[in-house]
Ligand binder design. Structure first.
Ligand SMILES: Cc1cc2nc3c(=O)[nH]c(=O)nc-3n(C[C@H](O)[C@H](O)[C@H](O)COP(=O)(O)OP(=O)(O)OC[C@H]3O[C@@H](n4cnc5c(N)ncnc54)[C@H](O)[C@@H]3O)c2cc1C
Length: 402
């Protein structure tokens, strides 16, 4: 039987970051995941400034920056009007690239075992992990980072309570502009024009040489609108948001339109000796709220920087020790924020009452105010050129994007 201080079940975002951090800290860890290379998967595809800050605390910033694409500037728009040009703080990166980048940072001292965890027997001192290849590992602690897969949680009698079935729908595609000069914006976030759209916003951001689009909303997976979107993406999108056409112009979809519904769930009975749940294994988040990656990263940062080094200092791995992680104020605040944002954004997008309409106008008024202040305080961008008479501003050829 292999021995380790910590076994990580699952090598997705949370598990791979945890393995890299524990290995670098000199902790005797092993990681188990069936995929030698993390496969293509439609999940989080960009990291915002707050997520990059958390990555800074994991020590993997340089690796992530090398593998991702900075957006430089993001236009915020609604009804065909640009409200604000925000300084860029987002890094575009496909999910498999992100996970594989973290995996490449796992030191050789941490064995990566390509198998599935089939069962875990827990105890106050040591845990036994059974693998699909017949091997067994004995460890002081098991980090369960198995994402949406319910098997291990079920084996541990950890319940999954769905708090919002089909909470939101996420759509991803590559947008290719018809104009060979590219899209006029470096990145764009375009908000819903009406609550009857049942869509929250679309965000376009560069990943390498392509412009990636993520569209989030609140439609049922079998809504015929989604079928139409797959068949005729541009016209279906412009059908609900005619103002978007003024900004995006003609475009085609390069490759597939990926559509994924998300249920929000929380777990119960997770306070157990010897095991700790992180990321989606603990609870899901709404992709429209954009908090899932942050939640997984905050879990791992708190666990690997604070709690595991503390737990390993003394014998035993009882429930009392593990509770310190679930009660960690930084983790709790992040989980609460994620949950509030998931329900708050949905209500904000779908509210048809006068108060709801007023709230949306106030929000976009604030964006416009910020944008106006910023443009008054910064010199005119070099992207705007004038014709011979010095009027009719238009974008310079070389400043179009993708
Ligand atoms: C469509 C979609 C869009 C999203 N968009 C965003 C976004 O824009 N912003 C954002 O912040 N978040 C977003 N999220 C959420 C975010 O991607 C997730 O919260 C995050 O990736 C979860 O990471 P994880 O490590 O917990 O799970 P995963 O990355 O899913 O990792 C789980 C790993 O466990 C492994 N595994 C499973 N079972 C076993 C087993 N028995 N033994 C060993 N290994 C096992 C799997 O192979 C996998 O590698 C989105 C999610 C979805 C579904």
């Amino acid at each position: 039987m292999r021995e380790a201080d910590v076994v990580i079940a699952g090598g997705g975002l949370a598990g791979s970051f945890a393995a890299a951090m524990l290995g670098r800290a000199g902790i005797g860890a092993a990681i188990v995941d069936p995929h030698t290379v993390y496969p293509e998967d439609f999940r989080c595809e960009k990291l915002d400034g707050v997520q990059m800050h958390t990555i800074g605390l994991t020590g993997l910033t340089d690796a992530v920056l090398r593998a991702s694409t900075a957006d430089r500037e993001c236009w915020v728009a609604r009804f065909g009007h640009v409200l604000e040009k925000r300084p860029g703080d987002q890094q575009g990166i496909m999910y498999d690239t992100l996970v594989n980048t973290a995996r490449a940072e796992i030191p050789a001292s941490v064995p990566f075992i390509h198998a599935k965890v089939m069962d875990i027997a827990t105890g106050p001192e040591r845990q036994t992990v059974k693998l699909s290849n017949g091997d067994e590992i004995s460890a002081r602690l098991v980090v369960v980072a198995t994402g949406l897969n319910p098997n291990i949680r079920e084996k541990l009698d950890i319940t999954r309570d769905i708090i919002s079935a089909g909470h939101s729908i996420s759509i991803g595609f590559n947008a290719k502009p018809a104009d060979p000069r590219g899209f006029p914006f470096p990145a764009l976030t375009y908000f819903s024009e009406s609550p009857t759209d049942k869509m929250a916003y679309i965000t376009l951001f560069p990943v390498g040489s392509m412009m990636r689009a993520n569209l989030f909303g609140y439609r049922h997976l079998h809504d015929p609108w989604l079928k139409k979107l797959r068949e005729a993406p541009r016209e279906t999108l412009y059908g609900i948001w005619p103002g978007l056409r003024a900004l995006m112009g003609d475009f085609t979809v390069d490759g597939f339109v990926k559509i994924r519904p998300v249920d929000l769930y929380v777990t119960g009975g997770y306070r157990q000796q010897g095991v700790v749940l992180v990321g989606d294994a603990f609870a899901t988040s709404c992709p429209a709220a954009g908090t899932g990656a942050r939640k997984a990263l905050v879990d791992v940062e708190r666990l690997c920087n604070v709690h595991i080094p503390q737990w390993l200092k003394t014998p035993g791995m009882g429930e009392g020790k593990i509770a310190a992680f679930y009660d960690d104020p930084v983790k709790r605040a992040c989980d609460d924020y994620s949950s509030e944002k998931a329900f708050g954004l949905r209500a904000f997008t779908l509210d048809t009452s006068a108060a709801g309409i007023a709230r949306r106008w106030i929000k976009f008024g604030l964006h416009w105010g910020k944008g106006t202040m910023r443009s008054l305080m910064t010199p005119a961008p070099s992207t705007v050129v004038h014709d011979d008479e010095g009027n009719a501003p238009q974008l310079a050829r070389g400043d179009r994007h993708f």
